[in-house]
Design a protein around this ligand. Structure first.
Ligand code: SF4
Ligand code: SF4
Length: 159
């Protein structure tokens, strides 16, 4: 290849490279500047398992039966029912903790619940400075579900 042919090939390569860069520059952005900007979660995003709030009852659907805890393959759920004056367990959760730092978002707890009390919320952005801050109690899990539910309703999600 003579000198002029080499110059021509180099110039052509440069022009093509620049053209590609400029074409990309004018395409719409598909990324966001996380964490300053939050991504919009799509329908069906599977985040933390959260406790459903029953608006008709004004309470959780959860009875504290513990089946979700038994179904969890890595034991990150702790549930306990309160004991009534007659020594029998009451059908509600006295404590409900979920350690999201180890949760695999596998959905097995949701499938195991016979009372439609758990749902995978759309919330995945729950990073914290300590592992302990990723242990959520029943009130926090209910709040997460309420927020997630509102977003899904706003998006017209099939609930
Ligand atoms: S999603 Fe899976 S890992 Fe997470 S709490 Fe439920 S059963 Fe356990
Ligand atoms: S979430 Fe469902 S399975 Fe788990 S304790 Fe409550 S009612 Fe039972």
């Amino acid at each position: 290849m003579n000198l002029f042919a080499r110059i021509w090939e180099t110039a052509k390569g440069l022009a093509l490279g620049h053209a590609t860069t400029w074409l990309e520059y004018f395409k719409p952005e598909i990324t966001v500047r996380y964490p300053e900007e939050k991504p919009e979660y799509v329908t069906g995003t599977r985040g933390i398992p959260a406790l459903k709030w029953n608006y008709d009852k004004g309470d959780l659907n959860c009875t504290g039966c513990g089946l979700c805890a038994r179904a969890c393959p890595i034991s990150v759920i702790e549930v306990r029912q309160p004991v009534g004056p007659d020594g029998r367990h009451l059908q509600k959760p006295e404590v409900f903790y979920l350690d999201f730092s180890r949760c695999m978002v596998c959905n097995l707890c949701v499938e195991a619940c016979p009372f439609d009390a758990l749902e995978m919320a759309d919330m995945v952005d729950l990073s914290q400075y300590t592992q302990g801050d990723l242990v959520f109690d029943k009130q926090q899990l209910a709040n997460i579900w309420v927020d997630s539910h509102a977003r899904r309703v706003a998006l017209g999600d099939k609930l």
